[in-house]
Design a protein around this ligand. Structure first.
Ligand code: MG
Length: 376
């Protein structure tokens, strides 16, 4: 079989590094065409030395050693690629994804913003160009594995670990430190997504992603808390039959699935799955009162159009402010709520509208943080 020709956008981030670990286990299966990073030039140059991609890009391109520098747009226009793993975080993932789709290159998608901000543009475009979008996010990857015929699916059931504050009271959560919010019990991820997991905003964004990826109305997407993170998500068919995907909580597994799809290899498998060892699986309804971000995300999703752009931008800026110690954990929710309340929704925004609104909301959110700090 020919090698899978792959480019990784965001190769020095959490998902990017784990993707390279997957590739280390399957060296005869992959040829790396390009690697791109943000500002971590040191690690990018190390990766270039080891994996010898033809092309590379980062925010300081003149410091790249050992690969030809191409822009993100050029990297995603290169039809030598069989698949591009979009593992950058933030809105920077959106334009390259669209370029890759227009060049009929399949996408392994680990960037939430692409669908949260522009799902109504990206999914129809992928359909038009016959491009596969294979989700890397463990929940969506699980659903992707469960679905045979989407038209017969009655409900998507997305699991949530509940994050570090599952057993904490609202008042304990109000006083949470950055360190506590970053202490995720199950998953090892980047800082922004870890804070989002602590507020359950991450689950809210995943509901929006699922709506776009599987074309499912919001009232047919359910969230259930499952602290062990063994059941990665499930679907219910019209006849009441439920199919779930299970596995140990490691991002290597969904990454490998997405970049080798539709093949399956042993690759990163570390040990055989044992129900007896796991012994028990618990499930509970999310505490909607404690995790108001979840309801807010559903509401923004149902409003549609630019509402989710606003949600994403206000939340991200607030999370950054929380990480800098400028605001408290619940201020993230209050600030985001305020931005959504004051936002006039545009029903079908163009890409330019989306970037403009994103920018506007970020400025407004930062102004609000400066103005009132912790007292929204
Ligand atoms: Mg996830």
């Amino acid at each position: 079989m020919d090698k899978i020709k792959i480019s990784i956008l965001g190769s020095t981030g959490s998902i990017g590094r784990q993707a390279l670990e997957v590739i280390d286990k399957l060296p005869d299966k992959f040829e790396i065409i390009s690697l791109t990073a943000g500002s971590n030039i040191e690690l990018l140059n190390e990766q270039i030395k080891k994996y010898k991609p033809k092309y590379a890009y980062c925010s300081n391109p003149n410091q790249i050693e050992g690969a030809k520098v191409l822009s993100l747009d050029e990297i995603c226009s290169n039809r030598d690629n069989d698949i591009i793993l979009v593992a950058v975080s933030g809105k920077i993932g959106l334009k390259p994804t669209i370029t890759a789709i227009k060049n009929r290159i399949n996408i392994a998608l680990a960037n939430k913003e692409t669908l949260v901000m522009a799902g109504d543009i990206v999914m129809p475009l992928a359909k038009e160009y016959g491009v596969k979008i294979i989700p890397v996010d463990s929940e969506h990857c699980a659903i992707h594995q469960c679905i045979k015929d989407i038209s017969q699916v009655d409900k998507l059931i997305i699991t949530a670990s509940g994050g570090p504050f599952l057993k904490k009271t609202v008042s304990e959560m109000k006083e949470a430190t950055v360190e506590q919010a970053l202490a995720h019990p199950r998953w090892n991820m980047g800082k922004k997504i870890t804070v989002d997991s602590a507020t359950l905003m991450n689950k809210g964004l995943e509901v929006i992603e699922a709506h776009h990826l599987f074309n499912m109305p919001y009232d047919k997407i359910e969230v259930v808390v499952h602290p062990q993170s063994i059941v990665h998500s499930a679907i219910e068919y019209a006849d009441g039959s439920v199919i779930a995907q299970l596995g140990l909580p490691s991002m290597h597994i969904p990454i490998q699935y997405a970049i080798t799809y539709p093949e399956r290899y042993e690759g990163i498998k570390s040990k055989s799955f044992s129900f007896a060892e796991i012994a028990r699986l618990d499930f509970e309804e999310p505490d909607w009162n404690k995790f108001k971000a979840l309801e807010m995300a559903y509401e923004a999703g149902k409003k549609g159009g630019s509402a989710t752009v606003c949600l994403n931008a206000a939340n991200e800026e607030s999370v950054f402010a929380f990480l800098r110690g400028e605001i408290k954990l619940f201020d993230i929710i209050d600030l985001t709520k305020k931005m959504i309340r004051e936002h006039s929704v545009i029903k079908s925004p163009s890409l330019d509208d989306i970037f403009e609104i994103d920018n506007e909301i970020r400025i407004k959110t930062r102004e609000q943080i400066l103005l009132t700090g912790s007292k929204v």
